[in-house]
Design a protein around this ligand. Structure first.
Ligand code: BGC
Length: 786
């Protein structure tokens, strides 16, 4: 069972716990209790092995293609967590014997995973065991582990087999060529391996130390090597009542690590550097390394703490859980990489990057850690040539970003997916070909980042080019409809992936239009005030010619309008003519996508049923383009037809329910969104956490109830708390200034933490304010009465 309480007041609110051992739920806990630091992601597998587990260790950005017909994915690095333990000859295994006490806790404040067990083997031997583990936030390469074993009722021969197991695969796909295995000085092990296609060297190194009563045991281990495996076996005679401690410190380095690429070193050099690094590090000892990581975690939390005083303490925990995972999933150290749809917590979606990043994850970093946001925005620039290639291959101009992106910016969406219940064959995945809104989403991310940070350097070097090239793509993508005398966009998938091959998906058309208008605006600005940047880009992109074309076509792009009476905007050309069916059974479902067991994708196309928020996302991205009445009418029309079968859906609905002033509904939906991974459904995240949904938890809180938005360079705050909350306090970074915002039901306090000279213009519930040092606003006076 999952528990959301710490054992003492100090840790309460920071702990997720598993209070009994149930092998059926291993995958859930492996995902939610995953540890990492943006460079490494280590699933919370147990030290001993069980069937049904997924022993994954990923390094950000190390993509490899296993075979030509497969797409590239993040390879599963060697397992350094596994410990085979026998106690008087009996293997330690929780499916045997009796568990008298069991608790595993993840501490979100400092990233420690701790498992405490009182176990009796089948012969009556009683043992107390404690396993501790962290992935260092201080040293991105490092994993620290400690195991304590105390035999309670007999002297015991303990054997521990531990080392580096490179026999790992990604669900059967082997990504590595076997490399060198070595044991140095009987205690330091090293195993290297090279990815088969991308040629990335991985160097895994580990070191063990045994103690009893604080005194190092010099027990000589027996070394062994097998294919892709190097191990040490320790044999210890432990007295009853005495605790034996094993410390294991491991590191992973790869040949694409920034510092290594910079040095242009070879594999031998990397192996040696890794050994020296681990030798020095291991000497500090587990406790010291843990303290260093703990301090680095404290720094991360210092500027990011959000406090919710709620009737339900789960709300606060869910938000911390989201922030914990946002840190883990984001390779903030390196702009060559971005965030996978499952972060680094599982094989799901193969580590690929989706629109999830720009629309659901980037906002967190824009408003709390702009340095990391810049890296995410730079990633798309590094992928620009891949996107240009995709456009060219498809007969378009400019840059057409891939629906699923990895290391090159080329399309990485697999072609075949789950079974089609009607034909019994795999379903063809169309998203890579026709889910094209991603190109505008990328441009939106760039613009959002620029508006909130004012980072002109980013725009000059990278941002303008992305916006101009994506605008150029859309200009070439539009199709002239003679009858209507309008440009249409036909044969696409919008965000609602239950509708394939539709024409004029409103989300896509509006964002394409927005993207071209931004292309025009940027070009005009460059001509007027940034001649040097204009000159550089014009010589490459023929901006003058493009500007004329865009100014002409933009007026003719078809933008579906709200119906005069109902205010409903058609999601696409045919959605509103489709059959409405009773969805109650599916909306009550525990698991997602159960409708696909009854209908094929082709059959689903005939119903007014949506996988996720589609049109509604526009109301958040382009909020001033739609009236409040239109937003409310469409929310209430489309939501009942939505199954929330994508984890991206609920948080969007929650945020927009705040906009249409239905705070209790917004709170209900926030609660559901916050429970997608963390809630009691034991299989919702077996393949990894849902990165976008986790970004969405922060968005629901800060952009929904906190009401934080920005529009064309103006920061807006429209806070409104749900009944269950007494207060909400959060930090915000805006244009380089750090602010602290506190909201109670009747008051808003904004404090400026940096001593900037410029007064900041803000809009609060539609009224203008100037922030010097602080502002207090009586919300009861300014919230419009609706
Ligand atoms: C959703 C997409 C999302 C992808 C990755 C799909 O199920 O429909 O919107 O980008 O998952 O999270």
């Amino acid at each position: 069972m999952i528990e959301y309480k710490g054992k003492d007041p100090d840790t309460d609110g920071w702990i997720i716990a598993e209070n009994n051992f149930d092998p059926r739920c291993l995958a859930k806990f492996e995902s939610i209790m995953c540890q990492g630091n943006g460079y490494l992601g280590l699933r919370a597998v147990t030290e001993e092995c069980y069937s049904g587990e997924k022993r994954n260790l990923f390094v950000a950005g190390t993509f490899n293609r296993c075979a030509n017909q497969e797409v590239t994915e993040l390879p599963n690095a060697a397992d350094m967590v596994q410990l085979d333990l026998t106690l008087n000859g009996v293997p330690f295994h929780l499916e045997k014997g009796t568990i008298h006490r069991y608790r595993r806790e993840l501490n979100l404040r400092q990233g420690e995973l701790r498992r405490e067990i009182l176990w009796e083997d089948e012969a009556g031997g009683m043992y107390e065991l404690c396993f501790r583990r962290f992935v260092s936030m201080e040293d991105l390469h490092l994993i620290g582990m400690r195991m304590e074993i105390t035999p309670l009722n007999q002297d015991t021969i303990i054997t521990i087999r531990s080392g580096i197991n490179g026999q790992m695969t990604n669900s059967g796909a082997q990504h590595f060529l076997e490399g060198e295995r070595r044991i140095f000085d009987g205690e330091l092990l090293q195993l290297s391996a090279t990815t088969t296609e991308s040629g990335i060297n991985f160097v895994h190194t580990c070191h063990h130390r045994l103690h009893q009563d604080g005194v190092r045991l010099n027990s000589l281990p027996i070394p062994s090597m097998e294919r892709r495996k190097v191990m040490l076996t320790y044999k210890i005679e432990a007295e009853s009542g005495k605790c034996i401690v094993l410390d294991k410190v491991s590191t992973v380095h790869t040949s694409i690590d920034t510092e290594w690429v910079y040095q242009q070193g070879n594999l031998q050099g990397l192996q040696e550097a890794a050994r020296i690094h681990l030798g020095l590090t291991a000497d500090k000892g587990f406790e010291q390394l843990f303290v260093e990581s703990e301090q680095a975690w404290a720094e991360q939390w210092m500027n990011a703490r959000i406090e919710i005083q709620s009737e339900d303490p789960f709300d606060q925990l869910a938000l911390r859980f989201a922030q914990y995972h946002l840190l883990l999933m984001t390779p903030g150290h390196d702009s060559r990489f971005s965030v996978g749809a499952k972060g680094l917590t599982g094989e799901g979606y193969k580590g690929h990057v989706f629109w999830d990043t720009e629309i659901f994850i980037l906002p967190y970093f824009i408003y709390t850690g702009p340095r990391v946001a810049r890296h995410l925005a730079e990633y798309r620039y590094h992928m620009l040539n891949g996107a240009r290639k995709k456009a060219e291959e498809n007969g378009y101009r400019g840059a057409m970003y891939p629906w699923e992106s990895a290391a090159t910016g080329e399309e990485e969406t697999p072609e075949w997916g789950p079974v089609d219940v009607v034909t019994g064959t795999p379903t063809y995945i169309w998203t890579g070909k026709i889910e094209q809104h991603i190109t505008a989403d990328v441009a939106y991310g760039v613009w959002h980042y620029y508006q909130a940070t004012g980072d002109q350097d980013y725009m000059d070097r990278y941002g303008y080019e992305i916006i101009l090239e994506t605008a150029s793509f859309w200009a070439s993508r539009l199709e002239w409809n003679k009858e209507e005398q309008k440009y249409h966009i036909c044969d696409v998938i919008g965000p609602d992936e239950y509708k394939e091959h539709v024409n004029n998906n409103a989300y896509t058309n509006y964002l394409a239009y927005w993207n071209i208008t931004k292309g025009i605006e940027c070009t005009r600005k460059l001509i007027q005030v940034q001649g040097d940047v204009y000159f550089k880009l014009d010589s490459q992109l023929n901006l003058n010619g493009r500007l004329k074309e865009w100014e002409h076509i933009v007026k003719f792009i078809y933008l579906p309008q709200p119906d005069k009476d109902t205010l409903i905007i058609p999601q696409d050309d045919t959605y509103l003519q489709k059959r409405i069916i009773d969805l109650e059974k599916y909306r009550k479902q525990e698991q997602v996508a159960t409708i696909l067991s009854d209908y094929s994708m082709t059959q689903l196309s005939d119903f007014q049923v949506s996988k996720q928020a589609d049109l509604l996302v526009l109301f958040y991205l382009l909020e001033d383009w739609f009236s409040k009445e239109t937003k409310a009418a469409n929310w209430h029309y489309y939501e009942p037809k939505t199954l929330h079968d994508s984890s991206l859906s609920l948080s969007t609905h929650s945020m927009l329910a705040c906009d249409v002033n239905d705070l209790e509904l917004a709170y209900q939906m926030f609660g559901k969104a916050a429970r997608i991974d963390l809630g009691p459904n034991m299989h919702s995240c077996d393949e990894g956490i849902h990165a976008a949904s986790i970004g969405g938890i922060w968005k629901s809180v800060v952009m929904g109830f906190g009401g934080v938005r920005s529009w064309e360079g103006m920061l807006r705050l429209n806070p409104k708390l749900p009944r269950a909350w007494r207060s909400l306090a959060f930090p915000l970074v805006w244009r380089g200034e750090r602010l602290q915002v506190t909201v109670t039901p009747d008051k808003l306090l904004i404090k400026r933490l940096t001593t900037g000279l410029r007064p900041l213009n803000l809009s609060i519930h539609g009224q203008s304010y100037i922030l010097k040092d602080s502002i207090i606003v009586n919300l009861l006076e300014v919230i419009p009465n609706e």
